[in-house]
Design a protein around this ligand. Sequence first.
Ligand code: GLN
Length: 531
Amino acid sequence: MGSDPAGLNRRPGHELAAGLRAGDFSSLELTDVHLAAAERDNRGLHAWLTIDAEGARAQAAAADAALVAARRDGPVAVAALPPLHGLPVALKDLVSVEGGQCTAGSRILEGYRSPYDAHITERLRTAGAVILGKTNMDEFAMGSSTEHSAYGPTSNPWDLDRVPGGSSGGSAVAVAAFHAPFGIGTDTGGSIRQPAALCGIVGMKPTYGRVSRYGIVAFASSLDQVGPFARDSRDAATLLHAVAGRDERDSTSAPVPVPDRLLALAASDDAAAGLLRGKRLGLPREYFVAGMEPGVEARVREAVAALEAAGAVVEEVSLPHTDYGLATYYIVAPAEASANLARYDGIRYGPGMRDGDTLANVLATRGRGFGAEVKRRIMLGTYALSAGYYDAFYLKAQKVRTLIKADFDRLWADGFDALVAPTSPTVAFRFGARLADPVSMYLSDACTLPVNMAGLPGVSIPCGLSEGMPVGLQLIGAPWTEAELFELARGYEALTADAAWRTVEPTDLARAGDPDGPTPMDRAAALAGAA
Ligand code: GLN
């Protein structure tokens, strides 16, 4: 561990918070340990597009000063510090941080600097968190592998030849590889839960409207939600609590109170496991899709058995419109994306072309600035919205969307507390495996997309390994039940606290720090050459 003798970056955020308050170490020490790990591994993992060491150290020093002042005022003042005070966080590179780059993984935003902080950035600053930098992502969050980043792919720390999932792959890897205890992602169709599953960490997509998207690059506005990554559910709930809540500047953020229960997840394993007793959980049969890997299905079914053994009542249920999720999503999301991405004309943001007349400049900017997947989505979206096709595609998709939502509503009305399902039908795949066939990439999200279509909260938590790679268990709840979902997640963590797989660290992480080793780009190229 080199520069990190105390293994500080291995410890969960809630332990770090306690250690900071007790004076065991400073935020600056903590920040330096995490920065050192991020800098050491970034060649091999490419989780980060920017590491802002200077800015992070300044924030850490300010957090330490506030801690010293609070200590002078007494234990009540120390206890009143926000839970994230002095703790490092990784932001997906589509969250605005004033003065910093914000590429959204695209060439079209190269060199663009955010003129203001996103709402969640403000909230994180108020909470005293230390922003370490910005993480890699699929271009405009379109993808399931982070291979669509214009800046090159990110490696999975469990196997450097494999993808971390996406689109929030960089944040997931930063947290899984111990560069930060906390990470922020966005999830339009699975982009938090799927990379969390593939990297062996916790990731939640909150209820649509739970977190303000002010200052966050838009993909599909009726689906996008911001959410937390962490290595356990307590930390993920704490981060969600810090960023959630109504914001006047995003009219889709809801005036629903953020429950303090998020901060009160049982600390003791006994108490946590007790939370499962009598809970009624649905197991949607349609989520065990064709093409699901047997090892993934086995881990999920074992997790379900463990939940039952702890007193939860699990019943098989049906969500009959699940099969339409993918087709519907790939009308709605590209349609909205085509409208959202119209603003990238080279005049307002980023490096525009200036050699021709206005139209030629716009066309050249977009032609060069957008990658192939983004262009594919814009074409799909503008087609689906065009006169004559709008009713046949977009309107029809919106109607099917209502049916997908009604499937879930029926179960909540029946009294189910939550649904249990796989997060991803497969473990992390090799670089290049799904690039040639976009539909195979789209299928990565078969189990997560319907949750976005219905606006529901969903969390992915680790539930073991298959062929040495992490498997995710997805818990899906009724709107605004994030705290209940995290309680179930915490209960499952407690049940499996002693499981052997919990002690396994990302198995390829040590190789990521090799200063002469291949980059993810080299690995992807080698695999493409071998194919
Ligand atoms: N993989 C899905 C897509 O490509 C979802 C991405 C996301 O959630 N941002 O659209």
